[in-house]
Design a protein around this ligand. Structure first.
Ligand code: PSV
Ligand code: MN
Ligand code: MN
Length: 427
């Protein structure tokens, strides 16, 4: 999507400084016994998927302020996702949301992605919204609804998602439902969860043998008193109930403030149920702010757990990384590119933790040194490694600066006239 000669020219202006900074960091890390080349290699292998719906300008329940030249359909979303990947080279996978991203011939969607060098990650179902012409409303729930016909409709939609997913080469179905209640006494918690599990059993049965199913928990919203899969407890119970190919997905924004998310991650890994992540940041709850924009230390601590699991050779450990953000104030391309790098940054910082030393401090109950051991990795500015990884992969040393120089949105203004409700569904 972007002009390679312009990119080469822009990179040339930064290349000498980058090499200088990279060499200086390399010398510093060498004194700590770390070979920067090994870290660079791992940084280059890192990947995080982008959500198709994140390419559109989001909104709140109060208003939506449409962005200039925002994508109006899956093909235009893929164009923007291709730009992001051209800039940062770690977002080659796109996670679609259905039915927002459904077209008559899903083969065309696959072909479009192929033409951009993109592939598809987990597919997401949507039974938190009514679609035009649907027979039964989800106002009072979907997979856990008291009415069987409504539950069946929600199950059928998830099975459709698997079919659409097959057509585009996905092998994961992520299920998040908004089911819950707003009044004490409105729903019987146990019967509601039983109905949810029965519906999920039907979906699980329809899963192809090489597919996995991810369940996403969320504490509140759209329901404000109770939510069926409100936390990792209900999530892992459901995943364990459903079977070996069902896992629990952690969306960083779906917990109460101050919850120890890294510890939840450790538990899910220990019991072989970690599906992966929807990365974003949050101050209050599901704010869908840019990843690492508020709590980069928390994100680093999560990667500490992930790298620890990798080191220990944890069983059934194959986490999928994905962003899930809603951009109301920034250009989604800039936010998604920046967030992808912020997640990669946490990963690279966590690679620098001296695990042998850390274990020693933990065994000796040396709280201060254990904390300093983590902080030493966290406080290392790994920017030169991240920039070098992009440069080597053919991306931009300065992604946002270069993107701005393209005036991308201006060039698309006639091709993509403003639309009040793009198919991201987020209004
Ligand atoms: C719900 O808040 C959520 O995080 C789920 O992942 C949805 O699929 C996504 O947002 C988009 O609405
Ligand atoms: Mn999510
Ligand atoms: Mn969310």
């Amino acid at each position: 999507m972007i002009d390679k000669s312009k990119l080469a020219e822009a990179n040339a202006a930064h290349a000498d400084n980058l090499q200088h900074d990279y060499d200086a960091l390399g010398a510093h890390l060498a004194r700590r016994g770390v070979d920067i080349a090994d870290v660079l290699e791992k940084a280059c292998e890192f990947a995080v998927a982008v959500p198709s719906w994140g390419a559109g300008t989001g909104g709140t329940r109060f208003a939506r302020f449409p962005g200039k030249s925002e994508p109006r359909n899956i093909f235009e979303k893929l164009e923007d996702c291709a730009v992001i990947n051209d800039l940062v080279c770690i977002t080659g996978e796109v996670s679609p949301h259905f039915p927002w991203d459904v077209v008559e011939d899903m083969g065309e969607v696959k072909a479009a992605a192929d033409s951009h060098g993109l592939t598809f990650g987990p597919v997401n179902s949507n039974t938190f919204q009514d679609q035009v012409g649907q027979a039964h409303s989800y106002k009072y729930g979907s997979l856990s609804h008291s009415d069987k016909s409504t539950r069946d409709q929600a199950v059928a939609h998830n099975i459709d998602c698997i079919e659409w997913g097959k057509a585009i080469g996905s092998d994961v179905l992520t299920v998040w439902v908004g089911d819950g209640s707003n009044f004490a006494g409105q729903s019987n918690f146990t019967r509601q969860f039983e109905r949810y599990l029965t519906s999920m059993e039907d979906i699980y049965k329809a899963l192809p043998g090489d597919w996995r199913m991810f369940i996403e928990h969320k504490m509140f919203e759209p329901s404000f008193y109770s939510t069926v899969i409100q936390d990792w407890g209900s999530n892992i119970l459901a995943a364990q109930h459903l079977g070996d190919r069902c896992f629990s997905l952690v969306d960083l924004g779906h917990h109460a403030p101050n919850v120890n998310i890294e510890m939840i991650v450790a538990r899910l890994i220990q019991f072989e149920k970690l599906a992966g992540f929807h990365f974003n940041d949050s101050k209050y709850g599901d704010d869908d702010l840019d990843s690492g924009s508020l709590h980069p230390f928390q994100q680093f601590l999560i990667f500490n757990e992930l790298i620890d699991a990798e080191h220990r050779g944890a069983k059934n450990f194959r986490p999928e990384y994905m962003l899930d953000q809603s951009h109301n104030m920034t250009d989604p391309i800039e936010s998604l590119a920046t967030s992808a790098v912020a997640v990669q940054r946490s990963y690279v910082q966590a690679l620098l933790i001296n695990r042998t030393e850390l274990e020693g401090y933990q065994d000796d109950n040396d709280a201060m040194m254990a904390s300093q051991c983590l902080k030493r990795a966290y406080q290392t500015d790994v920017t030169p490694i991240l920039s070098m990884a992009r440069f080597k992969a053919g991306g931009a040393i300065d992604p946002v600066g270069f993107y701005r120089s393209l005036n991308y949105r201006d060039t698309l203004e006639t091709k993509r006239p403003a639309s009040a409700n793009p198919s991201s569904g987020i209004v």
